[in-house]
Design a protein around this ligand. Structure first.
Ligand SMILES: Cc1cc2nc3c(=O)[nH]c(=O)nc-3n(C[C@H](O)[C@H](O)[C@H](O)COP(=O)(O)OP(=O)(O)OC[C@H]3O[C@@H](n4cnc5c(N)ncnc54)[C@H](O)[C@@H]3O)c2cc1C
Length: 390
């Protein structure tokens, strides 16, 4: 394979490879045509765009960074990050469900699955027939993720799972959900295992659908497990290694939430910039008033910084280098940046920013999730503090 690096230019500040630029163009075009027209409606109606995921599967996006032998696209993680960014520019909800599908609902099978598990589950996930879900959080266990009440008791060649999972992205689309459960409570963190649980299993039920501030077109559900029997060969990796798997999964997932935040911010910035040129007050475009011009200058600078951090973390992951610190820093910076940029975008649009005829209020509501999901900003600071030697 020949790799062509396009030198930095007006259109490629970030040293992307030819194939990454081509993918960016492809996803941008698809997002504008197929995702943007639905974004306001799925937010308003809290409906889920299942057809979009089928189309994204046909386009090769649903398994973009996973091995071709299982139906994946064989692309690098940076390409996947670019795809999330392009989708998030127009629809945070679709981008969140996509990121949760790839980095949480599929990655653990790629990373820790046996060849038989990969053969059984990956083709459906990579084609978009099934959308992945990953269930760690419980009502009493969010940031304190190891404090699980869900248990998995060994019974011959099966495990019996019981418990309740909360705030899980995507279950209504999923053929199976990856569930973390206690297999040895006395061992704490080291007593957790993860399982691929078919949604058709007896005793498996989707409970409450959360009504949310933002990301309203992405399903967030409770999962109820009532004595669900799961064959032992559907356990991922060795028994009691589930927490380590979860931390490794989140290392990649955080980069994708950074990309989600980045895309939302870029989308809001584009709206604000266009509005600043079109709207006049006191005899000139509002963008010619220094207060608005400086706000937009600041937004573009913050977005640029976040993009450098998110792409850098993805490149470290692609090079198989340590990326826990870079991923946590990128997620923290990008999500707090997105909250500020989307809030300022609402300000640039004034009263029109506050009403639903324009997308920036939705983008502001969507951005907030990035400071919470896959570890809050407080937890990112904790991870960073540990990594820098505290
Ligand atoms: C839309 C959405 C989608 C989600 N999708 C998924 C999913 O697919 N799978 C999944 O497993 N989970 C998912 N989650 C759950 C998410 O990861 C948790 O909500 C998040 O980790 C925070 O946990 P919590 O809500 O229990 O808050 P808590 O842990 O109760 O935190 C409450 C507050 O206390 C702070 N805090 C807690 N501990 C500390 C500490 N040690 N130091 C400083 N501050 C602290 C937090 O930062 C926060 O501000 C999702 C959540 C949402 C809202």
């Amino acid at each position: 394979m020949t790799i062509t690096i396009i030198p930095p230019s007006v259109n490629n500040h970030y040293g992307l490879l030819e194939q990454q630029l081509a993918l960016q163009e492809l996803v941008r075009d698809f997002a504008q045509r197929e995702i943007k027209p639905l974004a306001a409606e799925i937010d308003e109606k809290e409906s889920y765009p299942s057809q979009t995921f089928k189309k994204m599967g046909e386009l090769g996006l649903m398994g973009l960074p996973w091995p071709e032998e299982y139906g994946g696209g064989g692309a690098d993680y940076l390409s996947y990050v670019i795809a999330i960014e392009e989708i998030a520019k127009v629809c945070g909800s679709t981008a969140l469900s996509y990121a949760a599908h790839v980095s949480l609902g599929t990655a653990p099978i790629v990373l820790f699955g046996t060849p038989a598990q990969k053969q059984r589950w990956l083709p459906a996930l990579c084609s978009g027939r099934s959308v992945g879900s990953w269930a760690l959080t419980e009502p009493q266990a969010g940031s304190d993720a190891a404090c699980l009440n869900t248990v998995a008791l060994r019974d011959g060649n099966e495990y019996i799972l019981s418990g309740v999972k909360q705030f899980i992205t995507n279950p209504p689309f999923s053929e199976a959900v990856i569930v973390m459960a206690m297999t040895d409570r006395l061992k704490g963190n080291n007593g957790i295992s993860s399982f691929i649980v078919p949604a058709s299993s007896e005793g498996f039920a989707i409970g409450k659908h959360e009504k949310k501030l933002g990301m309203r077109g992405s399903p967030t559900c409770e999962i109820i497990l009532r004595n669900v029997r799961v064959p032992a060969d559907q356990r991922l990796g060795e028994e009691n290694t589930g927490f380590k798997q979860a931390m490794k999964t989140l290392d990649g997932g955080r980069i994708s939430i950074g990309a989600l935040a980045l895309g939302i911010a870029q989308g809001a910035f584009a709206e604000a910039l266009a509005y600043a040129n079109a709207r006049s007050a006191f005899g000139r475009p509002i963008g010619k008033h220094q207060a608005i011009a400086h706000m937009l200058a600041e937004m573009s600078t913050q977005i640029h910084g976040a993009r450098l951090m998110v792409y850098h973390a993805a490149r470290l992951k692609d090079a198989n280098l340590e990326h826990t610190l870079a991923g946590a820093q990128a997620k923290l910076f990008a999500s707090e940046m997105a909250m500020k940029v989307t809030t300022d975008a609402v300000q640039v649009l004034g009263g029109y920013g506050y009403v639903r005829d324009f997308p920036v209020e939705r983008m502001m509501r969507d951005a907030k999730l990035c400071e919470i999901g896959e570890g809050t900003s407080q937890i990112q600071r904790l991870v960073i503090a540990r990594k820098i030697g505290l």
